[in-house]
Design a protein around this ligand. Structure first.
Ligand code: CP3
Length: 344
Protein backbone atom coordinates (compact mmCIF):
# COMPACT_ATOMS: atom_id res chain seq x y z
CA UNK A 1 0.00 0.00 0.00
CA UNK A 2 1.24 3.48 -0.88
CA UNK A 3 1.76 5.51 2.28
CA UNK A 4 -0.48 8.56 2.33
CA UNK A 5 -0.30 11.86 4.10
CA UNK A 6 -3.84 12.95 3.31
CA UNK A 7 -6.16 12.19 6.21
CA UNK A 8 -9.13 11.17 4.12
CA UNK A 9 -7.08 8.77 1.99
CA UNK A 10 -5.43 7.27 5.04
CA UNK A 11 -8.79 6.60 6.66
CA UNK A 12 -10.22 5.10 3.46
CA UNK A 13 -7.19 2.81 3.51
CA UNK A 14 -8.45 1.65 6.90
CA UNK A 15 -5.94 3.57 9.00
CA UNK A 16 -6.96 5.32 12.18
CA UNK A 17 -5.80 8.95 12.19
CA UNK A 18 -5.75 11.64 14.90
CA UNK A 19 -8.25 13.76 13.04
CA UNK A 20 -11.60 12.52 11.72
CA UNK A 21 -11.80 13.57 8.05
CA UNK A 22 -15.02 15.12 6.76
CA UNK A 23 -16.79 16.25 3.63
CA UNK A 24 -20.47 16.58 2.73
CA UNK A 25 -22.47 15.26 -0.18
CA UNK A 26 -23.71 18.20 -2.31
CA UNK A 27 -21.24 20.47 -0.52
CA UNK A 28 -21.19 22.61 -3.66
CA UNK A 29 -24.70 23.85 -4.27
CA UNK A 30 -27.50 26.29 -3.83
CA UNK A 31 -27.02 26.90 -0.07
CA UNK A 32 -23.88 28.89 -1.05
CA UNK A 33 -24.40 32.43 -2.45
CA UNK A 34 -21.18 32.13 -4.47
CA UNK A 35 -22.57 28.96 -6.11
CA UNK A 36 -25.83 30.70 -7.02
CA UNK A 37 -23.87 33.62 -8.52
CA UNK A 38 -21.75 31.27 -10.63
CA UNK A 39 -24.72 29.09 -11.59
CA UNK A 40 -26.64 32.16 -12.84
CA UNK A 41 -23.97 32.68 -15.51
CA UNK A 42 -25.00 29.48 -17.26
CA UNK A 43 -28.43 28.90 -18.77
CA UNK A 44 -28.58 25.16 -18.39
CA UNK A 45 -27.35 22.96 -15.57
CA UNK A 46 -25.68 20.54 -17.99
CA UNK A 47 -23.81 23.39 -19.74
CA UNK A 48 -22.60 24.39 -16.29
CA UNK A 49 -21.45 20.81 -15.54
CA UNK A 50 -19.64 20.63 -18.90
CA UNK A 51 -17.79 23.93 -18.43
CA UNK A 52 -14.47 22.80 -16.90
CA UNK A 53 -13.58 26.21 -15.43
CA UNK A 54 -17.00 26.70 -13.86
CA UNK A 55 -17.21 23.12 -12.59
CA UNK A 56 -13.78 23.49 -11.05
CA UNK A 57 -14.63 26.81 -9.35
CA UNK A 58 -17.87 25.27 -8.00
CA UNK A 59 -15.88 22.30 -6.62
CA UNK A 60 -13.42 24.63 -4.87
CA UNK A 61 -16.01 27.03 -3.38
CA UNK A 62 -16.90 24.93 -0.30
CA UNK A 63 -13.24 24.00 0.23
CA UNK A 64 -12.24 27.69 0.34
CA UNK A 65 -15.03 28.47 2.80
CA UNK A 66 -14.92 25.43 5.09
CA UNK A 67 -11.71 23.46 4.41
CA UNK A 68 -13.25 20.00 4.08
CA UNK A 69 -10.84 17.05 3.73
CA UNK A 70 -12.49 15.94 0.49
CA UNK A 71 -13.49 17.89 -2.63
CA UNK A 72 -16.11 16.10 -4.73
CA UNK A 73 -15.96 17.12 -8.36
CA UNK A 74 -18.91 19.23 -9.45
CA UNK A 75 -20.87 17.18 -12.00
CA UNK A 76 -23.97 14.99 -12.02
CA UNK A 77 -24.75 11.28 -12.21
CA UNK A 78 -26.89 11.89 -15.32
CA UNK A 79 -23.89 12.82 -17.50
CA UNK A 80 -23.59 9.08 -18.26
CA UNK A 81 -27.05 8.65 -19.85
CA UNK A 82 -26.36 11.91 -21.68
CA UNK A 83 -22.98 10.66 -22.95
CA UNK A 84 -24.66 7.44 -24.14
CA UNK A 85 -26.88 9.52 -26.40
CA UNK A 86 -30.00 10.18 -24.29
CA UNK A 87 -31.76 13.48 -24.19
CA UNK A 88 -31.27 14.82 -20.63
CA UNK A 89 -32.31 18.22 -19.31
CA UNK A 90 -33.07 19.92 -16.00
CA UNK A 91 -36.10 22.09 -15.34
CA UNK A 92 -36.33 24.44 -12.37
CA UNK A 93 -38.55 22.83 -9.74
CA UNK A 94 -38.92 19.57 -11.72
CA UNK A 95 -35.44 18.12 -11.33
CA UNK A 96 -33.92 15.96 -14.06
CA UNK A 97 -35.91 14.96 -17.15
CA UNK A 98 -34.96 12.36 -19.80
CA UNK A 99 -36.64 10.93 -22.87
CA UNK A 100 -37.19 7.45 -21.42
CA UNK A 101 -36.11 4.17 -23.03
CA UNK A 102 -38.29 1.06 -22.72
CA UNK A 103 -37.39 -1.23 -25.63
CA UNK A 104 -34.40 -3.10 -26.99
CA UNK A 105 -34.64 -0.96 -30.15
CA UNK A 106 -34.33 2.25 -28.08
CA UNK A 107 -31.49 0.74 -26.07
CA UNK A 108 -29.67 -0.29 -29.27
CA UNK A 109 -29.49 3.40 -30.25
CA UNK A 110 -27.34 4.18 -27.21
CA UNK A 111 -23.60 3.80 -27.55
CA UNK A 112 -20.59 3.94 -25.27
CA UNK A 113 -18.27 4.85 -28.18
CA UNK A 114 -18.35 8.61 -27.63
CA UNK A 115 -18.34 8.46 -23.82
CA UNK A 116 -14.68 9.46 -23.33
CA UNK A 117 -15.02 12.41 -25.63
CA UNK A 118 -18.41 13.59 -24.39
CA UNK A 119 -17.28 13.44 -20.78
CA UNK A 120 -13.88 15.02 -21.46
CA UNK A 121 -15.00 18.34 -19.84
CA UNK A 122 -15.48 16.45 -16.56
CA UNK A 123 -11.92 15.11 -16.83
CA UNK A 124 -10.64 18.59 -17.68
CA UNK A 125 -12.45 19.96 -14.60
CA UNK A 126 -10.76 17.30 -12.46
CA UNK A 127 -7.32 18.28 -13.79
CA UNK A 128 -7.95 21.98 -13.12
CA UNK A 129 -9.27 21.22 -9.65
CA UNK A 130 -6.41 18.92 -8.74
CA UNK A 131 -3.91 21.65 -9.64
CA UNK A 132 -5.77 24.23 -7.51
CA UNK A 133 -6.57 22.18 -4.41
CA UNK A 134 -4.67 22.53 -1.15
CA UNK A 135 -2.15 19.68 -0.77
CA UNK A 136 -4.01 18.05 2.10
CA UNK A 137 -7.37 17.88 0.28
CA UNK A 138 -8.45 14.66 -1.44
CA UNK A 139 -10.17 14.89 -4.83
CA UNK A 140 -13.26 12.66 -5.12
CA UNK A 141 -14.72 11.51 -8.43
CA UNK A 142 -18.15 9.89 -8.62
CA UNK A 143 -20.76 8.16 -10.73
CA UNK A 144 -24.29 6.88 -10.33
CA UNK A 145 -24.60 3.13 -9.88
CA UNK A 146 -26.16 1.01 -12.65
CA UNK A 147 -29.52 0.54 -10.87
CA UNK A 148 -30.02 4.25 -10.08
CA UNK A 149 -29.05 5.31 -13.60
CA UNK A 150 -31.41 2.67 -15.05
CA UNK A 151 -34.19 4.13 -12.85
CA UNK A 152 -33.83 7.59 -14.40
CA UNK A 153 -33.33 6.20 -17.92
CA UNK A 154 -36.54 4.13 -17.80
CA UNK A 155 -38.71 6.48 -15.71
CA UNK A 156 -37.54 9.61 -17.54
CA UNK A 157 -37.72 11.64 -14.33
CA UNK A 158 -37.51 11.39 -10.57
CA UNK A 159 -40.08 9.24 -8.77
CA UNK A 160 -41.05 8.24 -5.23
CA UNK A 161 -40.73 4.50 -5.80
CA UNK A 162 -39.64 3.93 -9.44
CA UNK A 163 -42.41 1.41 -10.16
CA UNK A 164 -41.96 1.71 -13.94
CA UNK A 165 -38.31 0.52 -13.98
CA UNK A 166 -39.03 -2.17 -11.38
CA UNK A 167 -41.95 -3.52 -13.38
CA UNK A 168 -40.09 -3.33 -16.68
CA UNK A 169 -37.08 -5.14 -15.21
CA UNK A 170 -39.39 -8.01 -14.18
CA UNK A 171 -41.33 -8.02 -17.44
CA UNK A 172 -38.37 -7.64 -19.83
CA UNK A 173 -35.41 -9.32 -18.11
CA UNK A 174 -33.37 -9.49 -21.31
CA UNK A 175 -33.75 -5.76 -22.01
CA UNK A 176 -32.93 -4.97 -18.40
CA UNK A 177 -29.85 -7.21 -18.29
CA UNK A 178 -28.52 -5.52 -21.43
CA UNK A 179 -29.16 -2.08 -19.96
CA UNK A 180 -27.37 -2.98 -16.72
CA UNK A 181 -24.43 -4.43 -18.67
CA UNK A 182 -24.08 -1.21 -20.70
CA UNK A 183 -24.23 0.82 -17.49
CA UNK A 184 -21.65 -1.34 -15.70
CA UNK A 185 -19.28 -0.78 -18.60
CA UNK A 186 -20.03 2.96 -18.77
CA UNK A 187 -19.75 3.61 -15.04
CA UNK A 188 -16.49 1.63 -14.86
CA UNK A 189 -15.04 3.55 -17.79
CA UNK A 190 -16.13 6.93 -16.38
CA UNK A 191 -14.66 6.10 -12.96
CA UNK A 192 -11.35 4.97 -14.48
CA UNK A 193 -11.18 8.08 -16.68
CA UNK A 194 -11.76 10.26 -13.61
CA UNK A 195 -8.92 8.54 -11.76
CA UNK A 196 -6.63 9.10 -14.75
CA UNK A 197 -7.60 12.80 -14.60
CA UNK A 198 -6.70 13.11 -10.92
CA UNK A 199 -9.55 11.67 -8.82
CA UNK A 200 -8.09 9.88 -5.78
CA UNK A 201 -11.33 8.27 -4.55
CA UNK A 202 -14.53 7.20 -6.33
CA UNK A 203 -17.98 7.35 -4.75
CA UNK A 204 -20.79 5.34 -6.33
CA UNK A 205 -24.27 6.75 -5.68
CA UNK A 206 -27.07 4.17 -5.64
CA UNK A 207 -29.73 6.62 -4.52
CA UNK A 208 -32.68 4.33 -5.29
CA UNK A 209 -31.40 1.03 -3.91
CA UNK A 210 -33.90 1.42 -1.06
CA UNK A 211 -36.96 0.62 -3.20
CA UNK A 212 -35.80 -2.95 -3.91
CA UNK A 213 -36.66 -6.31 -2.32
CA UNK A 214 -33.84 -8.62 -1.24
CA UNK A 215 -33.48 -10.67 -4.48
CA UNK A 216 -33.72 -7.51 -6.60
CA UNK A 217 -31.18 -5.75 -4.41
CA UNK A 218 -28.79 -8.66 -4.92
CA UNK A 219 -29.28 -8.82 -8.69
CA UNK A 220 -29.52 -5.11 -9.55
CA UNK A 221 -27.47 -3.40 -6.82
CA UNK A 222 -24.89 -5.84 -5.45
CA UNK A 223 -23.98 -7.74 -8.64
CA UNK A 224 -23.48 -4.69 -10.93
CA UNK A 225 -21.65 -2.77 -8.19
CA UNK A 226 -19.36 -5.72 -7.57
CA UNK A 227 -18.43 -5.70 -11.27
CA UNK A 228 -17.86 -1.94 -11.30
CA UNK A 229 -15.60 -2.16 -8.24
CA UNK A 230 -13.68 -5.10 -9.78
CA UNK A 231 -13.19 -3.17 -13.04
CA UNK A 232 -11.85 -0.12 -11.17
CA UNK A 233 -9.61 -2.25 -8.95
CA UNK A 234 -8.22 -4.16 -11.97
CA UNK A 235 -6.65 -0.89 -13.16
CA UNK A 236 -6.30 1.00 -9.89
CA UNK A 237 -6.12 -1.42 -6.97
CA UNK A 238 -5.12 1.34 -4.52
CA UNK A 239 -7.90 3.81 -5.29
CA UNK A 240 -10.60 3.54 -2.60
CA UNK A 241 -14.22 3.12 -3.67
CA UNK A 242 -17.05 4.35 -1.43
CA UNK A 243 -20.50 2.88 -2.06
CA UNK A 244 -23.74 4.63 -1.11
CA UNK A 245 -26.74 2.25 -1.32
CA UNK A 246 -29.15 4.88 -0.02
CA UNK A 247 -31.99 3.69 2.24
CA UNK A 248 -30.77 0.08 2.04
CA UNK A 249 -31.31 -0.45 5.80
CA UNK A 250 -30.36 -3.98 6.87
CA UNK A 251 -29.24 -4.72 3.28
CA UNK A 252 -26.21 -2.49 3.92
CA UNK A 253 -24.66 -5.60 5.47
CA UNK A 254 -24.62 -7.72 2.30
CA UNK A 255 -23.65 -4.64 0.27
CA UNK A 256 -20.60 -4.04 2.50
CA UNK A 257 -19.73 -7.75 2.53
CA UNK A 258 -20.20 -8.63 -1.12
CA UNK A 259 -19.49 -5.64 -3.40
CA UNK A 260 -15.79 -5.14 -2.61
CA UNK A 261 -16.19 -1.45 -1.71
CA UNK A 262 -13.65 0.00 0.72
CA UNK A 263 -16.25 2.16 2.50
CA UNK A 264 -20.00 2.64 2.72
CA UNK A 265 -21.81 5.92 3.21
CA UNK A 266 -24.60 5.18 5.64
CA UNK A 267 -27.83 7.15 6.07
CA UNK A 268 -30.64 7.15 8.63
CA UNK A 269 -31.85 3.70 7.56
CA UNK A 270 -28.92 2.25 9.54
CA UNK A 271 -28.67 2.57 13.32
CA UNK A 272 -25.32 3.68 14.69
CA UNK A 273 -25.32 0.43 16.69
CA UNK A 274 -25.65 -1.70 13.53
CA UNK A 275 -22.95 0.37 11.84
CA UNK A 276 -20.58 -0.03 14.79
CA UNK A 277 -21.30 -3.70 15.48
CA UNK A 278 -21.99 -5.16 12.04
CA UNK A 279 -20.61 -2.91 9.32
CA UNK A 280 -17.41 -1.43 10.71
CA UNK A 281 -15.64 -4.81 10.71
CA UNK A 282 -16.40 -5.15 6.97
CA UNK A 283 -15.37 -1.71 5.71
CA UNK A 284 -14.80 1.93 6.59
CA UNK A 285 -17.96 3.87 7.54
CA UNK A 286 -18.87 7.31 6.22
CA UNK A 287 -21.92 9.30 7.29
CA UNK A 288 -24.59 9.90 8.56
CA UNK A 289 -25.91 13.19 9.96
CA UNK A 290 -29.49 13.93 8.84
CA UNK A 291 -29.30 16.89 6.41
CA UNK A 292 -32.68 18.12 7.67
CA UNK A 293 -31.35 18.39 11.23
CA UNK A 294 -28.49 20.45 9.79
CA UNK A 295 -31.14 22.84 8.42
CA UNK A 296 -33.50 23.00 11.36
CA UNK A 297 -31.77 22.83 14.70
CA UNK A 298 -28.15 23.80 15.34
CA UNK A 299 -27.97 22.47 18.90
CA UNK A 300 -29.62 19.16 18.04
CA UNK A 301 -27.35 18.90 15.02
CA UNK A 302 -24.18 19.41 17.11
CA UNK A 303 -25.39 16.91 19.71
CA UNK A 304 -26.13 14.30 17.03
CA UNK A 305 -22.78 14.91 15.31
CA UNK A 306 -21.02 14.26 18.65
CA UNK A 307 -23.06 11.09 19.14
CA UNK A 308 -22.09 9.84 15.66
CA UNK A 309 -18.42 10.52 16.38
CA UNK A 310 -18.47 8.91 19.80
CA UNK A 311 -20.12 5.76 18.40
CA UNK A 312 -18.15 5.37 15.18
CA UNK A 313 -15.00 7.49 15.64
CA UNK A 314 -12.92 4.85 17.43
CA UNK A 315 -12.46 3.03 14.11
CA UNK A 316 -11.47 4.52 10.73
CA UNK A 317 -14.42 6.83 10.04
CA UNK A 318 -15.29 9.66 7.64
CA UNK A 319 -17.85 12.20 8.81
CA UNK A 320 -20.52 13.01 6.21
CA UNK A 321 -24.29 13.38 5.95
CA UNK A 322 -26.96 10.76 5.28
CA UNK A 323 -27.82 12.51 2.00
CA UNK A 324 -26.94 15.75 0.22
CA UNK A 325 -26.96 19.24 1.81
CA UNK A 326 -30.36 20.85 1.23
CA UNK A 327 -30.58 24.19 -0.65
CA UNK A 328 -32.12 26.05 2.32
CA UNK A 329 -29.38 25.01 4.80
CA UNK A 330 -28.15 28.01 6.84
CA UNK A 331 -24.45 28.55 6.20
CA UNK A 332 -23.99 29.33 9.88
CA UNK A 333 -25.04 25.75 10.73
CA UNK A 334 -22.52 24.30 8.28
CA UNK A 335 -19.87 26.58 9.83
CA UNK A 336 -20.73 25.39 13.34
CA UNK A 337 -20.52 21.76 12.21
CA UNK A 338 -17.15 22.33 10.52
CA UNK A 339 -15.84 24.09 13.65
CA UNK A 340 -16.79 21.03 15.68
CA UNK A 341 -15.28 18.61 13.16
CA UNK A 342 -12.00 20.49 12.93
CA UNK A 343 -11.49 19.82 16.64
CA UNK A 344 -12.07 16.07 16.16
O1 CP3 B 1 -22.00 16.50 -4.07
C1 CP3 B 1 -21.53 17.42 -4.77
O2 CP3 B 1 -21.31 18.58 -4.31
C2 CP3 B 1 -21.14 17.12 -6.19
C3 CP3 B 1 -22.11 17.36 -7.18
C4 CP3 B 1 -23.31 16.46 -7.35
C5 CP3 B 1 -24.50 16.93 -7.96
N1 CP3 B 1 -25.34 15.87 -8.14
C6 CP3 B 1 -24.74 18.33 -8.34
C7 CP3 B 1 -26.12 18.78 -8.54
C8 CP3 B 1 -23.50 15.09 -7.10
C9 CP3 B 1 -22.57 14.11 -6.40
C10 CP3 B 1 -24.77 14.73 -7.63
C11 CP3 B 1 -25.29 13.36 -7.61
C12 CP3 B 1 -26.67 13.10 -8.03
N2 CP3 B 1 -27.39 13.71 -9.02
C13 CP3 B 1 -27.48 12.05 -7.50
C14 CP3 B 1 -27.04 11.07 -6.45
C15 CP3 B 1 -27.10 11.62 -5.08
C16 CP3 B 1 -28.48 11.87 -4.56
O3 CP3 B 1 -28.81 13.07 -4.40
O4 CP3 B 1 -29.22 10.91 -4.33
C17 CP3 B 1 -28.72 12.10 -8.16
C18 CP3 B 1 -29.90 11.18 -7.89
C19 CP3 B 1 -28.65 13.13 -9.14
C20 CP3 B 1 -29.69 13.54 -10.14
C21 CP3 B 1 -30.08 14.92 -9.86
N3 CP3 B 1 -29.36 16.03 -10.27
C22 CP3 B 1 -31.17 15.38 -9.08
C23 CP3 B 1 -32.23 14.49 -8.44
C24 CP3 B 1 -31.09 16.78 -9.02
C25 CP3 B 1 -31.99 17.71 -8.23
C26 CP3 B 1 -32.74 18.65 -9.02
C27 CP3 B 1 -33.00 19.90 -8.21
O5 CP3 B 1 -33.55 20.83 -8.81
O6 CP3 B 1 -32.62 19.99 -7.03
C28 CP3 B 1 -29.94 17.17 -9.76
C29 CP3 B 1 -29.45 18.54 -10.01
C30 CP3 B 1 -28.21 18.90 -9.27
N4 CP3 B 1 -27.09 18.14 -9.25
C31 CP3 B 1 -27.99 20.10 -8.53
C32 CP3 B 1 -26.67 20.04 -8.06
C33 CP3 B 1 -25.94 21.07 -7.28
C34 CP3 B 1 -29.00 21.24 -8.34
C35 CP3 B 1 -29.23 21.98 -9.63
C36 CP3 B 1 -28.77 23.42 -9.68
O7 CP3 B 1 -27.88 23.86 -8.94
O8 CP3 B 1 -29.30 24.14 -10.54
Amino acid sequence: MISQTKNLLRVLNNEKTDHIPFWFMRQAGRYLPEYKALRSQSKSFLDFCYNPEMASVATLQPIRRFGMDGAIIFSDILVIPHALGMHVWFEEGKGPLLTPIHTQAELAKLSITALDEKLSPVYEALKLTRAALPQETTLIGFAGAAWTLACYMIEGKGSRDFQTPRALALREPEFFAKLLALLVESVSRHAINQIKAGAEVIQIFDSWSGVLSEPQFKAWVIEPTKKIVANIKAEFPDVPVIGFPRLAGTKYYSYAKDTGVDAVNIDGSVTLKMAAEKLSSLCVIQGNLDPLVLVEDKNMMLAQAKEIISTLGHKPFVFNLGHGILPHTPIEHVEALCDLLRQK
